[in-house]
Design a binder for this molecule. Structure first.
Ligand code: SF4
Length: 359
């Protein structure tokens, strides 16, 4: 086994690094022909070679299970295309749009919901003309209050290009918030340079960075330092994670992940139920399992550690919070049963006091 000095992209490189069994090479070649593969040296270092259950390897090292595509899976599982009026832009909700300037990432996650769209040889990075058209679309719609830069990973852009996008958005009066979704601080923390951070600061509008991480071991000292460079620059951070079987589907790991975020000054935001992307069935839990995990988290950990558990409804219908719920109506006049953090039920009289009319 040799330590990687550049991203591992081919099954033979993974085998040489001791991260994939040589016997599976033919199957992994088939996987790699369909879906992009890249594991940065920083992430390769976190993997325990030979541990078949390693939660970092599970997220990034391809497996033959990805060749098993189920009938309920789809290439565009959350329906981006149905809401894409111009290339690289998704307008699903009234007050915000996704802007996808790049379709490449520093690493490729095996459960990615855009796996048919990202990676070398997939959709191209937006051309200057396409980017201009996307900005024109935003400019022409005063209801767009927030622009979410996603992709791909927008932070793989050169700081000069990122700055130009951030400044173009800042110049649109009605855009008040820019949100950057990224995995780069985890994939390659050294790439969170002062220049990249300054590019995000190039707007007087509110800028947020949402970090994607799924296991507490991803929040290494180097990753925490990279996030501190962002937060110290005055850019608040939020987290998003995907609930993944074999990675974070137990209460201890999920709680440790949320605490790692909070300790790094990153507020847990979303826990996504895994999307129906092709070849990802081995990662998906049931919704009941997800709700039980959320209940355990709520029962034992600080409110700061609570993300919202959400499902992206297939077909492009948007996100829905999927519980668990703690309140049930028991009668039409305002009676409720509410469950406390220990799981004990209590009655609650929720009738609104009627105002006395003056005599
Ligand atoms: S970084 Fe995001 S877009 Fe890129 S492969 Fe991972 S989940 Fe997909």
């Amino acid at each position: 086994m040799t330590a990687a000095t550049r991203p591992l992209r081919r099954p033979d490189e993974l085998a040489n690094a001791g991260l994939a069994p040589a016997a599976e090479r033919a199957a992994l070649e088939r996987v790699a022909q369909r879906y992009a593969v890249a594991i940065t040296p920083a992430l390769a270092e976190l993997i325990v070679p030979g541990d078949a259950a390693d939660p970092i390897a599970a997220q990034f090292v391809p497996t033959a299970a990805e060749l098993d595509v189920r009938s309920n899976e789809a290439g565009d599982p959350i329906g981006d295309d149905a809401h894409s009026p111009v290339p690289g832009l998704v307008h699903r909700y009234p007050d915000r749009v996704l802007l996808k300037p790049v379709h490449i990432c520093a690493v490729y996650c095996r459960f990615c919901f855009r796996r048919e769209m990202v990676g070398p040889g997939k959709r191209k990075t937006l051309s200057p003309r396409q980017l201009a058209a996307a900005l024109d679309y935003i400019r022409a719609r005063p209801d767009i209050w927030e622009v979410i830069l996603t992709g791909g990973d927008p932070l793989v852009l050169a700081p000069r290009k990122l700055r130009a996008i951030v400044q173009a958005l800042a110049a649109i009066d009605h855009v008040q918030v820019v949100r950057v979704h990224t995995r780069l601080p985890v994939a390659d923390p050294a790439k969170i340079t002062p220049g990249l951070v300054r590019a995000m600061q190039a707007s007087p509008k509110a800028t947020y960075v949402v970090l994607h991480a799924n296991h507490p071991r991803e929040l290494s000292a180097a990753v925490r330092a990279a996030c501190a460079r962002i937060v110290d620059a005055g850019i608040p951070m939020l987290s998003q994670s995907v609930l993944l079987r074999g990675v974070n589907d137990d209460p201890t790991t999920l709680a440790a992940l949320m605490r790692a975020f909070v300790e790094s000054r990153i507020k847990p935001y979303y826990l996504h139920h895994a999307d129906m992307a092709p070849g990802t069935g081995h990662f998906r839990t049931s919704i009941a399992e997800g709700q039980a995990l959320m209940r355990a988290l709520q029962g034992s950990h600080s409110g700061l550690c609570q993300p919202q558990y959400v499902l992206d409804i297939p077909g492009g219908h948007g996100k829905a919070p999927i519980g668990p719920t703690y309140l049930a109506e028991t009668d039409a006049s305002g009676g409720y049963r509410v469950t406390d953090f220990r799981g004990h039920a209590h009655r609650y009289d929720g009738r609104s006091p009627r105002k006395r009319l003056p005599r």
